[in-house]
Ligand binder design. Structure first.
Ligand SMILES: C[S@@+](CC[C@H](N)C(=O)[O-])C[C@H]1O[C@@H](n2cnc3c(N)ncnc32)[C@H](O)[C@@H]1O
Length: 237
């Protein structure tokens, strides 16, 4: 019997369908391209990535995985369950001549059973709001990181402002994202994510918000976690 996989096939199909545009900075993936230098810089400032073993969970087309590899990581493994984005990621790394990144189609829970305590840093960005049981992803990421290592999550908060900005604004008014990209019920309050992390055995170190300015069309890190936010956590050593 096949084990139950913690994934929504419609979500995976959605990302596969758009995969060929992943690296087009003017496509639906423009927001990921824009936030990438900000999150990369923040992560690298907390835990210098050079010579580290990194895991990027829900890596998609590899925007963050490849950037972390280029920062000098010893090795980056990007995993996802959508096949086409992984192929795009692989091809892009080949074209960029980046050799210290690998991609694999495997559930994070399965990798946790295979390679516990193997990574210095685990990143899982903009992914938790697309899975049926995000707390299971949090537990698996905790298993995968070495004692003393760091885990980073980013996701969307669940409140009226996030609904207005991340769904009505981004999908319907500004059309930054295709309609149906996000489902409000799957958004996660910081208090919920903090509880799952605590229960898994992670200690919260820092929280940052990500703000979008529709006039300048730019993102910035801020203290406002009401829409998009990031957590930096550590597994006790
Ligand atoms: C919005 S994209 C974010 C991609 C990347 N993490 C980034 O921030 O640049 C969400 C990704 O999560 C992946 N995803 C959704 N459900 C997943 C699951 N259950 N396991 C692994 N990846 C999943 C999708 O295929 C997609 O690549």
């Amino acid at each position: 019997m096949r084990a139950m996989i913690n994934a929504d096939p419609q979500e995976l199909a959605k990302f596969s369908e758009l995969a060929h545009r992943w690296w087009d900075p003017e496509s639906e993936f423009r927001p990921l391209h824009q936030i990438n230098p900000l999150r990369l810089q923040w992560i690298d400032s907390l835990v210098p990535l050079a010579n580290k073993q990194l895991l990027d969970v829900g890596c998609g087309g590899g925007i963050l995985s490849e950037a972390m590899a280029q920062r000098g990581a010893a090795q980056v493994l990007g995993i996802d369950l959508a096949v086409k984005p992984l192929k795009v990621a692989q091809l892009h790394a080949l074209e960029s001549g980046v050799h210290n990144v690998d991609y694999r189609e495997i559930a994070v829970e399965a990798l946790a059973a295979e390679r516990p305590a193997s990574f210095d840093v685990v990143t899982c960005m903009e992914m938790l709001e697309h899975v049926p049981a995000p707390e299971s992803v949090v537990r698996a990421c905790t298993t995968l990181v070495k004692p003393g290592g760091w885990v980073f999550f980013s996701t969307l908060n669940r409140n009226a402002k996030a609904f207005l900005l991340a769904i009505v604004g981004a999908e319907y008014v500004l059309k930054l994202l295709p309609r149906g990209t996000h489902e409000y019920e799957k958004f996660i309050r910081p208090s919920e994510l903090a509880r799952w992390c605590r229960d898994a055995g992670l200690e919260l170190q820092r929280t940052r918000g990500l703000e979008y300015n529709p006039f300048t069309r730019h993102y910035a890190l801020s203290n406002d976690t009401s829409v998009n936010y990031l957590f930096a956590l550590r597994k006790p050593g």
